[in-house]
Design a protein around this ligand. Sequence first.
Ligand code: ATP
Ligand code: MG
Length: 381
Amino acid sequence: MIGVVGGGQLAMLLVEAGKKRDVDVVVQTAVKTDPAAKDTKQIILHDPKSAEGTKLLAEKTNFITFENEWIDIPGLVSLQNNGVSFFPSLKSISPLINKITQRELLNTLDIPCPDWLTIPLEKSFRIDLPSDWTFPMMAKTAKGGYDGKGTKIIKNSEQLQELINDETKEQWMLEKWISFEKELSIVSSRDSKGKVRFFPIVETCQSNQICDWVLAPADINNDVALLVKNIVSSLLVELDYVGVIAIEFFYGPEGLLVNEIAPRTHNSGHFSIDACSSSQFDQQICITSGIDVPMPEMIVNGALMANLLGLQSGYPTSVSQRLDDLKAIPGLNIHWYKKEEEKKGRKLGHVTYLLNKKDSLSRKKEALSVLKNIRSIWPTS
Ligand code: ATP
Ligand code: MG
């Protein structure tokens, strides 16, 4: 038995992976109707940010993993000192829970990332922007951002001043705009013996800063692939990280730049449930519960994953109609998160289609043609 702090779709998919290996997963989540809570008999009904809740979770199991990085690290230290094993450990996760400390880590290790600066919390501050920065720029909250929430495109100096004057006292960072050719992502794992395993590098496509689709494997040359794997390994070893991690990259005229590190399973790895011999959730189950970790091999030529995001209220077709229409696409694997309500932009599920074509160009064509079909039924939010 293992515990997971968090009860959303990533925890739900972990519970599903656990069932395949007879590993029970106890879920710490605030709401009984959260996706993972519906799928398990064992729930600790506490906010995932509550260390008190995690203490109750630790009464059930000493092996605990996380759904996301919004955790109370200082509050959890005493549990770790009393024999609870966290995957990843509190020490290795702590520089990753904040985008600013992530960037500091990357800079220290000389791993390329977009130029960035911190927006000071004092109001009426004037920022001296580096001379090569032009609008637009990207602003990001240091903590708590996901699915584009917590990102703001800053188009001019008025908007920049508004950000500086932000009343919420949120800590923001500002980033140079990157004109990338492609976004890439890789999910990897490192086990307690230090062995690193890689899922295939994927191409991701974001719309309004939210992941729209993912194509596995990405069509990139060997040098880029080696650099990606080298960066991941360096980070994992530096952090002495044990668990599953995802790293997002920009690739283009400025080379390969790390955009974000997610110390957990990730939307860009969902294709692995249907397309790999061991999914990202299976890796998390094995590492957390001490089962021998298998190699995650791709067992098909390729895969397309598309997110199903909530549409605006009053959309002409109902959710169940859209799902029925998707079911009519032969070979489409539907993963539904059983959320109570359709809200615009909310991740409600995802679909995966296994690709047959052997060469990467025709495979991408195949993927885009299936995607067109999917989006005619369920458009991007
Ligand atoms: P996630 O859901 O993966 O946690 P997030 O909401 O934390 O994402 P980011 O990954 O930092 O946010 O940014 C979301 C998207 O915004 C990126 O995938 C990319 O498409 C775009 N983006 C972010 N930073 C930049 C930048 N500096 N220049 C251009 N586009 C950017
Ligand atoms: Mg991201």
